[in-house]
Design a protein around this ligand. Structure first.
Ligand code: ATP
Ligand code: MG
Length: 494
């Protein structure tokens, strides 16, 4: 049997498993949200910055072109410086050395083409520069060693009055701010995930206690049931599956209780039966022993008295024989494997037979037996001797419990089924006794029943059951008793 106090390991507990699921799900969600957020955010912000930078580069390119055409450079540099301050972006204007008419020296700003060729930190931008010399607007995002961070660079061509690219405007900025926003957003996501984990902890605790309390209560009930306490109930009423299960456990306990009661009753009956049998056998044996001892002692010499003793001994032997025969018949028929051999039997004939045998006893009390029947042939399928025995038990009782000069009525009728009524005008049966008369050893203690064992009706009931029959008793104390049998009719096939 399972130990009562056996604890479930922490990691096997429902709470732990559920919470683990929750936590993993939350972390995956947070991770996905973070990734998507970073992706979207950088795309959007980079896109916006790039667009603005290109706008600015275009403006600078326009200003430069105008200055070249108008040959006015006096305010040009100040203008660029002011533009740089507005956005905090670096602006470079680089002359195209390959152009027929490159930019004037005083229009270059920030760096020269030679700087790009000579400075190791700038060499990386040459490709971007060349592409712009060919007239392309390009951009590049990468780690910059001078800025010591991620930068975005936009290169925009400057055209002279012809269609030649005379120079390039470069706008460049650090994107650190953007990364700061990303990392602070990540912190927010992290903190909210932690808070969500905390909240889900509480939710899971509430949820699992709602589950584990009834579960452990059902477990306790099951252990109680296993220990033999069938009155134990879960006491849970819920509308969900748990409630269903608890209800099933309760039904189980009811069934076990019923079975237990039934088993105890059977045990008691078996015990009573043995006690009764021993008692019933002991009485005649004691009597026989007493007489035998007296006779053996030789103290009785009167022949008449000796004869009387022998007769008493013989009658005790006979009643013992009858008791044992009855017990054997009963135990045989109570065996579910026992089947009687059936053949067509005419009940009218059975009753002729019974009345002939009972006639002598009836005559002693001057009791008349009247038989009425609506047909000369009443066929059932059964065992002649058993059927005879069954009706004999009833008729014997009817005569035994009738007063002198009374009548016993027997009626046989044949409708859908065969109905046999045996009715006396005798002492009747008390309402409180009527439910027990078919039980073994249940008998009246009246003087006229001195030799009764209380097995007659128990045998009759078994025989009736073996013939798919039914017995009904109608009785009123002082007025008489009627036993009514119903038996299936046997129809001969033509
Ligand atoms: P046995 O038949 O074994 O000699 P019994 O007649 O006492 O003994 P049952 O035939 O089983 O046993 O009957 C049981 C009891 O039912 C009887 O003792 C009696 O109290 C009651 N009983 C049965 N038939 C009648 C009846 N016709 N009138 C009144 N009481 C009856
Ligand atoms: Mg009897």
């Amino acid at each position: 049997m399972a130990k009562k106090k056996e604890k479930i390991r922490v990691y096997n507990r429902l709470f732990f498993k559920l919470y683990l699921n929750y936590a993993v799900m939350l972390l995956i969600t947070a991770l996905l949200i973070s990734l998507i957020f970073i992706r979207l955010f950088t795309n959007v912000t980079t896109g916006n910055i790039l667009k603005e930078m290109k706008e600015q580069a275009k403006v600078v390119s326009g200003i430069t072109k105008e200055s070249v055409i108008n040959e006015r450079t006096d305010q040009y540099i100040e203008l660029l410086q002011r533009l740089e301050q507005i956005n905090d972006w670096d602006i470079w204007v680089i002359s195209n050395p390959e152009a027929a008419m490159p930019l004037d020296y005083d229009m270059e700003y920030g760096a020269t083409y030679e700087d790009f060729e000579d400075t190791p930190e700038l060499v990386g931008y040459l490709e971007l520069l060349h592409s712009a010399f060919e007239g392309n607007v390009n951009s590049e995002q990468k780690y910059d060693e001078i800025y010591e961070g991620q930068t975005i660079t936009v290169a925009y061509p400057v055209y002279g009055d012809s269609d030649f690219v005379v120079g390039v405007v470069m706008v460049k900025t650090l994107v650190e701010e953007q990364q700061e926003i990303v990392s602070s957003s990540l912190t927010v996501i992290l903190i909210s995930s932690a808070v969500a984990l905390g909240i889900s902890f509480v939710i899971v605790i509430l949820f699992t206690t709602g589950l584990s309390i009834p579960i452990s209560r059902m477990r306790a009930t099951a252990l109680e049931l296993a220990a033999g306490n069938y009155k134990s109930k879960t006491g849970i009423s819920r509308d969900d599956e748990i409630g269903d299960l608890a209800n099933t456990v309760d039904i189980l306990s009811d069934k076990l209780l019923e079975n237990d009661i039934e088993r105890k009753k059977l045990d008691q009956m078996r015990f009573d039966f043995f006690a009764n049998v021993s008692h019933e056998l002991r009485t005649p044996i004691t009597v026989i022993r007493a007489y035998t001892e007296t006779l053996a002692d030789g103290v009785v010499s009167d022949m008449e008295q000796i004869d009387q003793y022998y007769n008493r001994m013989l009658s005790e032997c006979k009643s013992m024989e009858r008791l044992i025969a009855d017990l054997l018949a009963l135990s045989k028929m109570q065996n579910p494997d026992f089947t009687i051999e059936k053949e067509p039997v005419n009940l009218v004939q059975v009753f002729d037979d019974i009345i002939r045998s009972a006639g002598a006893i009836a005559e002693k009390k001057n009791i008349s037996i009247e038989v009425t029947k609506n047909e000369p042939l009443m066929m059932v399928l059964g065992d002649y001797d058993r059927l005879r025995q069954m009706f004999m038990v009833i008729l014997d009782n009817a005569i035994k419990f009738s007063k002198e000069n009374q009548t016993v009525h027997i009626n046989l009728s044949n409708t859908d089924k065969i109905r046999v009524s045996i009715k006396d005008q005798g002492i009747g049966i008390d309402v409180s006794d009527i439910n027990y008369i078919f039980e073994k050893f249940y008998k009246s203690n009246l003087r006229q029943n001195a030799s009764g064992t209380g097995l007659g009706l128990a045998i009759a009931k078994q025989i009736s059951l073996k013939h798919e029959g039914d017995i009904e008793v109608i009785s009123a104390p002082g007025e008489g008793t009627e036993f009514i049998f119903t038996l299936p009719q046997y129809r001969m096939e033509l």
